[in-house]
Ligand binder design. Structure first.
Ligand SMILES: Cc1cc2nc3c(=O)[nH]c(=O)nc-3n(C[C@H](O)[C@H](O)[C@H](O)COP(=O)(O)OP(=O)(O)OC[C@H]3O[C@@H](n4cnc5c(N)ncnc54)[C@H](O)[C@@H]3O)c2cc1C
Ligand code: SF4
Length: 480
């Protein structure tokens, strides 16, 4: 039965139910249950179909949200899927892991007074349902072009660009140093936020669409960047940011102090069925340990919640600002609190204690000071406020910087910004090297999956524009 719209005045917001804490704490399955068809329709019908859809404006992909909500409410799910897929290559992924509270849902007009429409959950539902109905098909180019594009990086930025270029008929080759496709979606983000099958399903579809993957190939080691440029008519760099920010101080070199991404990759590989010696040896395994995670972003939240699931004896998160100033999604902080993680806000590590392996973290309380040039409040130490937290595993989750690509690839004329990200012309997405484009975190710095998709799509459009004159010459030659 089709639902009428504007039902927000009498239908309350319902997010998909979460699995009980005691169950979800012990596995890596997603914590949210699926919407049933009727529930998705009812929740979609809460949309007010407002004249200026702020949700779309604040979605990095400018998704036509009110349109697919209306179609879902009316039970026209095939059309809802078509509209949703027209602007987003991986709607079911964004529906799961976008920080909706800061993007679409946070700007929903009915949010004030009635709580937002559950946009992310409906977006996820529509494409998951489309997969069950066989509506999601590999790209099928209408014609084959001879030009090829080499893409370095199989994360969301590289993959979105790959699909858009393949759709236009280009021969697309994606290179990645990992042995699986997905970038941080496969090896960074844990299964309790995004089950691995969701990413693997996309990989298969992209390969069926004719995109060629060259995996376990590191550009700069197994193939030079110059070779890659010679091989392809254009190159897109979508390598993400992977240089982990470090922390010094007394005891920083002790055993048992590890990098967040090493810890998460080991856990994700284990879940995918790989042999992971560092996990088996206990080096990258929180089982039975007192864990301290340092940081307050998405990576820190993923580390604390992974530690809980691995059977840690206790999990404490140290963050130097307060809860309101955390960069991570509030929804994830709430989930972590429910799962038993202890947060020590306004706390920063000062020294790591122990002889050979860490046994504790000596920390100090902080207070927020005046805003700095960026508008963010500075932090300062509260004198004589030391305390110690027991720890036999310390995970450093302090953020990531770009790797020094020009040096690693022997490309002195590849220009970078002061923070080391690749410098591009923001209209053409072209770097300082002709025919070399860049997108995603390597341009923005650590950001979001949805922004990487947006950049990948835009960069694909610009690569097409760059290659088109020669494509036109090719058509003419073929016609003559
Ligand atoms: C732990 C963690 C949790 C996160 N959680 C969220 C979240 O919940 N929601 C969200 O929206 N965002 C989240 N993010 C951020 C998000 O994952 C990134 O913004 C996004 O993946 C960036 O996409 P990308 O395509 O630019 O790069 P990446 O996803 O990093 O992919 C880059 C790829 O390039 C490959 N590569 C790098 N150098 C080379 C080379 N020389 N040769 C060959 N291949 C190379 C890498 O192996 C990788 O596969 C999270 C990030 C982390 C670290
Ligand atoms: S892509 Fe992200 S921001 Fe855009 S509608 Fe979907 S969940 Fe919201």
């Amino acid at each position: 039965m089709p639902e009428k719209m504007l039902s927000f005045t009498h239908v309350p917001q319902h997010q998909p139910a979460k699995r009980p804490v005691e169950v979800r704490r012990s596995d890596f399955d997603e914590i949210y249950k699926d919407f049933a068809v009727a529930e998705a329709a009812t929740q979609s019908s809460r949309c007010s179909q407002c004249g200026v859809p702020f949700c779309s404006i604040h979605c990095p992909l400018n998704n036509n949200i009110p349109d697919w909500l209306k179609l879902t409410a009316e039970g026209r799910l095939d059309e809802a899927y078509e509209v949703s897929a027209a602007t987003n290559n991986f709607p079911e992924i964004c529906g799961r892991i976008c920080p909706q509270d800061r993007l679409c849902e946070g700007n929903c007009v009915i949010e004030k007074g009635f709580e937002s429409v559950t946009i992310g959950a409906v977006e996820r539902f529509v494409t998951d349902y489309a997969f069950t109905q066989g509506w999601v098909k590999p790209v099928a180019p209408r014609e084959e072009l001879s030009q090829s594009v080499g893409i370095v990086g199989a994360g969301p930025g590289g993959l979105a660009a790959a699909e858009e270029l393949r759709r236009r008929g280009y021969q697309v080759h994606v290179y990645d140093r990992h042995d699986r496709v997905g970038g941080l979606m496969i090896y960074g983000i844990p299964g309790f936020k995004l089950e691995k099958e969701i990413v693997l399903r996309r990989w298969q579809l992209l390969a069926e669409g004719g995109i060629v993957f060259h995996l376990a190939i590191e550009v700069g080691r197994d193939v030079t960047f110059a070779e890659l440029r010679a091989r392809h008519d254009a190159v897109l760099v979508a390598t993400g940011v992977y240089q982990a920010r470090d922390i010094g101080g007394p005891g920083a070199g002790l055993g048992g102090i590890v990098k967040a991404l090493d810890f998460l990759i080991a856990s994700n590989r284990k879940g995918l069925g790989d042999d992971v010696p560092e996990y088996e040896s206990g080096l990258l395994n929180a089982d039975g340990k007192h864990v301290v995670v340092i940081g307050g972003g998405d990576t820190a939240m993923d580390c604390v919640r992974t530690s809980v699931r691995q059977g840690a004896a206790s999990v404490t998160c140290l963050y130097r600002r307060d809860k309101a100033n955390m960069p991570g999604s509030m929804r994830e902080v709430k989930n972590a609190e429910e799962e038993g993680v202890k947060f020590r806000w306004l706390s920063a590590p000062e020294a790591f204690l122990g002889d050979t392996s860490v046994t504790g973290v000596r920390a100090v309380h902080m207070r927020l000071g005046l805003p700095d040039a960026s508008g963010r409040q500075s932090v300062e130490i509260v004198p004589h406020s030391h305390f110690t937290v027991q720890a036999d595993l310390v995970i450093k989750a302090l953020g990531f910087d770009p790797e020094p690509l020009p040096a690693m690839w022997g490309q002195d004329s590849l220009d970078v910004t002061r923070s080391g990200t690749l410098k591009i012309n923001h209209r053409s997405f072209e770097t300082s090297l002709p025919g070399v484009f860049a997108a995603g975190d390597i341009v923005r710095g650590a950001s979001l999956v949805v922004w990487a998709i947006r950049d990948g799509r835009d960069a694909a459009g610009q690569i097409h524009a760059y290659l088109q004159p020669s494509a036109r010459r090719e058509y003419r030659a073929a016609a003559e």
